[in-house]
Structures are given as structure tokens and as C-alpha cells.
Design a binder for this molecule. Structure first.
Ligand code: NAD
Ligand code: MG
Ligand code: MG
Ligand code: MG
Ligand code: MG
Length: 337
């Protein structure tokens, strides 16, 4: 089991009088910046000229500067821009302005692990990665709790990096629930595997395929949407609260029998073999290379076409209509940051 750290394990004084630059004001950025500020840390948000987020961050009471200016002031620079953009912004604006003895921080290990960013000597490198989207990091903090996180120390040049990482995790609220120590390598590989095979790649493909089978067999798309998509949340919520045991207790015995008998015919030994192959391609850098080439050499041609095709799928059209019948979802259409 990984060791877990809580509020009482934190030496908060390592952050006293320190300035944290939060680069980017998206999902994670807005949550880290606001939580740290309310924890008493001096925060400056670094944004590119003309960023739409500038007005938003200022309205939230935060100082805003260019990325270069924010980094120059910072004792800790947390990089919260999209992973595929980080290397370029680092090269132009972050790297040249990093103070010796300061720390460079990330919420995902991708760029450090795959050597897209190579920080200079004399700069600490750590990660604090909340295990949840930014709006949850923010909301739980305002409610007095926090989203659990993993943290890692990649390079400890000052002898203080471990304590700084833990204090940062407290500042965003995560040590209220517990933070686990990991490494950049493990976090990167596990995160990519989870989103590709289970959370997004696996789950989305499963829901869509089930929907297609029912529709192609002549069932109404609305019913197919309810069975294969809408009800997913109810099942996942029960699992989240009390494991698969609670979920199965809540469902009928007929459903539970089908779960045991049919599940292994859908996710087969073949699927497991393929997951292992996917993991290997994450570990050996094949996936990272493809994603970086897609961004740099291909101008995201394939990615953007895929995004359009998936948006046009019937399940998305039917879903949008049906969700209009659910008034309690009306406020939730837009992301909250
Ligand atoms: P995001 O896409 O929500 O936000 C990125 C922000 O960066 C936007 O505000 C954008 O305007 C800004 N930005 C883009 N280009 C910029 C530039 N050149 N200079 C300055 N700012 C720029 O990103 P996110 O999902 O918050 O991800 C940030 C990091 O957090 C990533 O490393 C990601 O892997 C990690 N992470 C995300 C989540 C999540 O649930 N979203 C969870 C854990 C870790
Ligand atoms: Mg996104
Ligand atoms: Mg990820
Ligand atoms: Mg049913
Ligand atoms: Mg039951």
C-alpha cells in the first residue's frame, strides 16, 4: 500500500511568504489558484496576452501577469496548461525565467516523464495531481473537504522539495482527504492507461456499442439511450458509494445474474490481452510519440476529425434531446469554470 499523508503531516511554514505562479486558468488552474489564495498563499496567475481567462481570474480577486512575469516572481511555478502545449510554453516563457532554488510543479507527469521538459539544475520538480476534475477540487474545498491527490518528487535540489509538495497539496485542500506518494513514471503510465482503457476509451465505446446494437435491431433510439447511457450514472454512483457489492444489492437478482454470466463474454480474455498491449505502448512511448506528432506534425487533423465524428454520432443527438426533458440538468450544460 502507498503511504498516505494528511493535514497533520504537513510543515506549512515552508510556504510562508512564498509566491506561487499558476500557469493557465482552466479546469485545474482556477481551482488551484483560488484554493491556494484562500489558504493564505500569495498567488499570481500567468496567462498569455489576450487570454479570455484574464477577466475571469481578476474578477475572482487574483493577480494576473504574463507567463514570463509570473514565473519571475514565483517560488513555485505550477504548470496547468494542456499537456500538449506545455513544452513550447516552457521553452519560450517558463524555463528562461525560473529562479534558482525555486520549484517547478505539475499536475500530471507526461512532459517530465517523456522528457519534453528538462528543467535546469538548481530547480526542484514535484507533482500534485488531484484525483478529480478542477470544478470538484474547487467545490469540495469551499465545502471544507478536498479531493484526494497523488504527489511525487522528481528532483529535490533544495532538500525541501518533499515538504513543499506536501504543503502545496494542503493548500489546494487535498491533505484534508489524504494524498498518496507516487513517482512521475507511475502516475503518467497509470493515468494514460486508465483514461484509454477504462474511464473514457473503454466506457464510451461500451455505451456507444450497446446503443448501436439496440438501434440496429430496431429498438427506439430513445430507449437505447436510457438503457445504455443514461443509467450508467446510477450504476457508477452506487459503485462509487459502496463498491460493486452495494450496486449489486441495489439491482435485481436477475440483473446481478446477467452481470456474472454475460459480463465476461463482453470484456473477454482477448480484451485483457489488448489492454496489456495498450499498456506496453504507453510504457515504451509509442502513445506519447503518436500524440505529440498528431499535435506538432499533423496540426491535430485526425484528432479534430474524430472529435467531429463522435459529436455527430446518433447517441449524442438523441441524448441532447432527452436531456432537455430533465430540468435538473439545465444548469449543468456548461462546464463550471
Ligand atoms: P484546461 O484545458 O482545462 O486548461 C488549460 C488552460 O491553459 C486554459 O485556461 C488555457 O486558456 C490555458 N492556456 C492554453 N495555452 C496557454 C498558453 N500558451 N499560455 C498560458 N496559458 C495557456 O487544462 P486542465 O484540464 O486543467 O489540465 C491542466 C493540467 O492538469 C494538465 O497537466 C492535466 O493533465 C492535469 N490534470 C487535469 C485534470 C482534469 O480533470 N482536468 C485532473 C488532474 C490533472
Ligand atoms: Mg479537456
Ligand atoms: Mg489524464
Ligand atoms: Mg433495467
Ligand atoms: Mg440485488
Amino acid at each position: 500500500m502507498a503511504k498516505t499523508y494528511y493535514d497533520q503531516d504537513v510543515n506549512w511554514s515552508v510556504l510562508e511568504g512564498k509566491t506561487v505562479a499558476i500557469i493557465g486558468y482552466g479546469s485545474q488552474g482556477h481551482a488551484h489558484a483560488l484554493n491556494l489564495k484562500e489558504s493564505g498563499v500569495n498567488v499570481v496567475v500567468g496567462l498569455y496576452a489576450g487570454s479570455k481567462s484574464k477577466a475571469k481570474a481578476e474578477a475572482h480577486g487574483l493577480k494576473v501577469a504574463t507567463v514570463a512575469e509570473a514565473v519571475k516572481q514565483a517560488d513555485i511555478t505550477m504548470v496547468l496548461i494542456p499537456d500538449e502545449k506545455q513544452a513550447d510554453v516552457y521553452k519560450e516563457e517558463i524555463g528562461p525565467n525560473l529562479k534558482k532554488g525555486s520549484a517547478l510543479a505539475f499536475a500530471h507527469g507526461f512532459n517530465i516523464h517523456f522528457k519534453q521538459i528538462v528543467p535546469p539544475e538548481g530547480v526542484d520538480v514535484f507533482m500534485v495531481a488531484p484525483k478529480g476534475p478542477g470544478h470538484l477540487v474547487r467545490r469540495t474545498f469551499t465545502e471544507g473537504s478536498g479531493v484526494p491527490a497523488v504527489f511525487a518528487v522528481e528532483k529535490d535540489e533544495t532538500g525541501k522539495c518533499f515538504e513543499i509538495a506536501l504543503a502545496y497539496a494542503r493548500g489546494v485542500g487535498s491533505t484534508r482527504s489524504g494524498v498518496l506518494q507516487t513517482t512521475f513514471r507511475d502516475e503518467t503510465e497509470e493515468d494514460l492507461f486508465g483514461e484509454q482503457c477504462v474511464l473514457m476509451g473503454g466506457v464510451c465505446q461500451l455505451m456507444q456499442t450497446g446503443f448501436e446494437v439496440l438501434v440496429e435491431a430496431g429498438y427506439p433510439p430513445e430507449m437505447a439511450y436510457f438503457e445504455c447511457f443514461h443509467e450508467m450514472k446510477l450504476i457508477v454512483d452506487l459503485c462509487y458509494e459502496g463498491g460493486m457489492t452495494k450496486m449489486r444489492q441495489s439491482c435485481s437478482d436477475t440483473a446481478e445474474y446477467g452481470d456474472y454470466m454475460i459480463g465476461p463474454r463482453i470484456i473477454t480474455e482477448e480484451t485483457k490481452k489488448e489492454m496489456k498491449k495498450v499498456l506496453k505502448e504507453i510504457q515504451d512511448g509509442t502513445f506519447a510519440r503518436n500524440w505529440l506528432l498528431e499535435n506538432r506534425a499533423a496540426g491535430r487533423a485526425n484528432f479534430l476529425a474524430q472529435r467531429r465524428l463522435h459529436k455527430e454520432h446518433q447517441i449524442e443527438q438523441v441524448g441532447a434531446q432527452l436531456r432537455n426533458m430533465m430540468p435538473w440538468l439545465r444548469d449543468k450544460k456548461e462546464l463550471e469554470f
